[in-house]
Ligand binder design. Sequence first.
Ligand code: SF4
Ligand code: SF4
Length: 99
Amino acid sequence: MTYVIGETCIDVKDKSCVEVCPVDCIIGDDEDRMLFIDPEECIDCGACVDPCPVDAIYAEEDLPVEWQEYTAINKEYFHDRDAARSKVAVKVAIPVEPA
Ligand code: SF4
Ligand code: SF4
């Protein structure tokens, strides 16, 4: 099992999750539109879920149906960044209402 970052992170990317991850497995470069969780490093602690302002992070088995592809996209990023980026590049960011 792992945690997965989904669509609402796109173009938000505030990195609140990065600050709390105990194993530094949430990664993204400046050119990325979102961040990604390395499924081989994630220890399933769940610490990143609550700090996310846009509810982008879910345990893999709880991921919303419409975001199922993000399990593979998060994983792919750590093997083939360009392939993962190209899948994210076509996404339209979801407008987020201010809290
Ligand atoms: S569940 Fe824990 S280990 Fe996995 S990405 Fe979130 S904070 Fe990091
Ligand atoms: S806290 Fe949420 S929106 Fe911010 S970078 Fe992490 S997953 Fe993306």
